[in-house]
Design a protein around this ligand. Sequence first.
Ligand code: UD1
Length: 419
Amino acid sequence: MDKFVINGPVKLQGSVEISGAKNAVLPIMTACLAYPGIYTLNNVPVLRDTTTMVKLLKTIGADVEINNSQLVIDTRTCDNPEAPYELVKTMRASFYVLGPLLSRFKYSKVSLPGGCAWGPRPVDYHIKAFKEMGAKVTLRGGYILAEGNLSGAVVEFEKSSVGATGNVLMACINLNEEVIIKNAAMEPEIVDLCDFIEKMGVKIRGKGTSELKVIGVEKNNNEIIIEHEIIPDRIEAGTFLIAAAITKSKLDVCNVIPEHLSIVIEKLKKVGCDIIENDKTITLIPSDNIKPVNVIADIYPGFPTDLQAQWIVLMSISNGKSTVEDTIYIDRFSHIPELNRLGASISLNDNIAYIEGVSSLYGAEVMSTDIRASASMILGAIAAQGVTSLSRIYHIDRGYENIEKKLNAIGADIKRVND
Ligand code: UD1
C-alpha cells in the first residue's frame, strides 16, 4: 500500500492547473447510459473514481475509449442494466446508474451502497422519488430492483440532495412528461449535468435553482452524438487556495470558474488574504497573520462540506479560536484526531469543531480516512515542521488528480513510497 512522506514546512509558488470536476463527470458518465449514442467528454480528471466508473459502464455493456482527459463513451451496445456490489462498494456514486438505466431499460438492479467513513449516507430520497414516478422498487439480496414505466410527477426532497437530484434528472431523460423536482440541489455539478442532458434533448427550467421542471424526450432511431466539456473542480481549486493560505504563499490557481468559489473567496479574504479574480484564474496573496474565521458547511452556495476538513487545518494555525460546523454530514470529522496528532488543538461537540490556533504544526505518522480528510492531512503536513508519513492514500487517489505531482511542481516535497 502506498503512503506519502511529506517534508515541511514549504513555500509554494507559481501556478497550478485545476482538473475537471469529479462530482460533475461521474453523473454525466452515467447519463450517457440513458440513450444509445456516442458521447465525447473533455476535461475529464484522471482519478480512481473515474476509472471505477469506466469499469461499471463496461460491465453494463458500453464501449469506453480513454485518451488522457478525454473519454469517448459508446452506449449503443449496452444490454446489462445492473451494477454489482464489488463496484458500488468502492464508490457510492455508482448508484447514479439507477436513474438512467431505469429510464432506458424500464429495469435496473443496483447494489445498495453500504455506509461510509462519515456515517450511514442513505439513499432513501432516491428510492422514494422513483416510486413517486411510478417505478416498483424492491430490495433483495442487498440489491435495489427498480422496474416499470415512469410517469410525470412532483418530487420533493426533504433535504436538498446532490445525488438524488442527479438520479431523478437522469430518470427523466426518456420521459416525455413533466417532472417537477422541489428542493433540488443547486450545486454547479448539477447545473453541469443539466447542461449535458439538455444536449440530449431534455428541456429543463429552473437550472441552478431549487425547483427544476424537466421534460424528457421519447427518442426516435436517430443516433445521439454529443460532445461536452466538464466544469473545473471547485473543490480541488479550493484545496489549492487553502494550501497557499496555510503555507503563506502566493499562488495562481488556473482553469477555474471563480463564481463557483464565491463563499470560499469571501472567507479567505476574512482570514486576511488578498484574492485577485481574473477570468479563469484566482490568485491568492497570503497574509502572515491568519485570522480565525468561522464557517458553516451547507448546501451551495454555502461553504462546501467537501472543503470543511481543509478549512479546519487553516484555522488550526490561525491566531485565535474558531468553529467549523457541518450541517450536511454531521459525523464527517474523522480528520480531527489525525490533525491533533500533528499538534493541532481541535475538539468536537456534536457537529461543531472548536479550533484553537497553535503557532506551528509538527510532522507525525498519520492516516487518511476519506478523500477530503486526506487532503486536509496533506495541507497540514506541508505547513508542519518536520516529516509526516501519511498512510492509506488510496483515498486521495479517488478524488484528486496527481495531487503530489501538482504540489511538488509548485514547491512541495512529497514522496510516494510503497510500504
Ligand atoms: C455529493 C458529493 C459529495 C458531497 C455531497 C454534499 C458526489 C459524487 N458526491 O454526495 O462529495 O460531500 O454531495 O455536497 O457528487 N440524504 C439522505 N437520503 C438520501 C440522500 C441524501 O438522507 O437518499 C442526506 C445525506 O445523508 C446528507 C444530505 O442528504 O445529509 C446531502 O447528501 P447528498 O447531497 O445526497 O450527498 P451525495 O450526493 O451522496
